[in-house]
Structures are given as C-alpha cells and as structure tokens.
Design a protein around this ligand. Structure first.
Ligand code: SF4
Length: 272
C-alpha cells in the first residue's frame, strides 16, 4: 500500500468511527473541530508509524474487579492500552489526546494511572512488563502554526522536533495509594459532589520546558463545561485587567463555532 492509500483508509475509518460515536452518544462536532481531530490522527500516524506498526495487541482491556470504596461501594477499574512485544521485551502504551508538554508537567497523575494498568497486567494476567509510556497525540503549537501558514518546510521541521512519546516511571510501590484515590473519587461521584475546584486552583501555574501555563488556560480552556462553571466565571472576572481570559471568555461564547456546535448537536439529537 502506498502512503496515500494508507491515509485514505485512515480517513475512511475515522469517518466510520465518528458516525458510530455520534449514533451511540448523540454528540456532534463542528466541522472545524472534526477537521482538527482528523488532522491529529493523520499527523500522529505520520509521526508514530514506527510504534504503530510494532503494536502486537491493540485496545487491550484491563480490569481490576471487586474494589471497595471507604463507604462500602463495590466498583471495578477498567483501562485500555496498547502492547508492543518484541525481542523478549514488553512495552505498555497508553494513548492520550493531551500534548506531551502537559503530560510531562503532570507526570505524577499519568504515572498513577499507568502503574495501576501495569499492576493488572503483571499480577492478574501474570505477564512481565519492561516499560510503560504515554503517547501524547495533540501536536505542539509549532506544528499548528506551520499547518495554518501552509508552510511545508516549517511543518517538516516542526514534525521532526515533536516528541509525542513520554516515558513513564515504572513503580509499583504506590499502587495501593492510587487505588485508594480512585475509591474516594467513586464515592464523590456517587454522592453527587461535583463542585469545581476553588478559583485559586485555576490561577495556579506549572512549568513546562521553561514556559509557564495556568490551569485555567490549559485545562479549563478545553473544558466543555466552562461556560456554566462558577469557578471559571469567577476566574475570568477576577482577571479582567491582567489576563486575556476575560475577553476570550466572551469571544468564545459568542463565536460562530459555538453556534455551529449547538446546531450540530441539536441535529444529532433529532436524528436519534
Ligand atoms: S471550567 Fe471545567 S476544568 Fe475548569 S474548573 Fe470548571 S469544570 Fe473544572
């Protein structure tokens, strides 16, 4: 198969997958968002082809059953990973749609989840594991800028610089603590405790590759619930003088993209 034929198969599969998810969940994407998602899939394929072709088991379902919360609720932990087995080495990959910079900056959170999956793989399935890693599929802003400018040379250079693979330390010591954290989250959800974090958390910064980003920019900016979130609203109002997020809040809310998103979802609901 030529490169072009492979990408055309990926595009067909993307469309089929989108239609299936739309029918199952009743949610639609705007054309811009859908195009960006497809772009991410194609670039991920171009960049990670080497790993993708070596995957020996894909979408491996892992389950840790019979867990109990502090309030006595029973639950199971489910995860889906990809496995590469070659030359007597086994590597577990977890694919995330976040960018590698964010994953690096919040490695603790990803490490916890992946180590639970590693625990299930090794102890319940009795199979050895040599390495765990995250594949962060969201491409960096340099790639985005080159795409927007239609600059092929800059795109090739930005793709070369992009490193979507993030090694995650493999440590089984804290698995019990992580499962205890999950148990508390299960209780919080079942008890309907959905209060957003305090405004101070939204203003917190973290460092990644010498640059600083705020929780509000990196996380809330991508959250579908932000226009009805009291913390985000309070954050944007309290930062109206010093931060661009106040203006952005209103710009985004009034954008045609929002209109298109609403129409697409209303149509999807009518088609169910
Ligand atoms: S906007 Fe979303 S991510 Fe940000 S605090 Fe509110 S609910 Fe959480």
């Amino acid at each position: 198969m030529t490169e072009q034929e492979i990408e055309s198969v990926i595009i067909d599969m993307f469309e089929q997958n989108y239609e299936l998810l739309q029918a199952q969940g009743g949610h639609s994407l705007t054309q811009d968002t859908k195009r960006a998602a497809l772009q991410q899939v194609l670039l991920y394929w171009r960049k990670m082809r080497d790993v993708a072709e070596r995957v020996t088991e894909t979408e491996v379902k892992l389950t840790l059953p019979e867990q109990q919360t502090p309030r006595g609720r029973k639950y199971s932990i489910h995860g889906v990973v990809d496995i590469v087995q070659e030359d007597e080495r086994t590597v577990m990959y977890d694919i995330k749609t976040h960018d590698a910079e964010y994953v690096q900056a919040n490695l603790d959170d990803y490490e916890k989840q992946l180590n639970v999956y590693a625990h299930i793989w090794q102890n319940l399935r009795g199979q050895p594991l040599d390495q765990t890693a995250i594949i962060a599929t969201a491409y960096p802003k340099e790639v985005k800028q080159a795409l927007n400018a239609g600059d092929e040379e800059a795109l090739a250079e930005a793709l070369e610089q992009w490193e979507p693979l993030v090694d995650v330390p493999f440590d089984q010591k804290h698995v019990e603590d992580v499962i205890a954290d999950f148990s508390e989250v299960v209780d919080a959800i079942e008890d309907r405790q959905f209060t957003p974090p305090p405004v101070s958390r939204l203003g917190q910064r973290y460092k990644a590759r010498g640059r600083e980003k705020r929780f509000a920019t990196q996380i809330c900016g991508n959250c579908d619930g932000r226009f009805s979130c009291s913390s985000y609203r309070a954050y944007t109002q309290s930062n109206r003088g010093s931060d661009a997020s106040f203006n952005r809040y209103f710009r985004e809310f009034e954008s045609t993209d929002q209109e298109e998103w609403l129409s697409a979802n209303l149509e999807a609901d009518l088609n169910i």
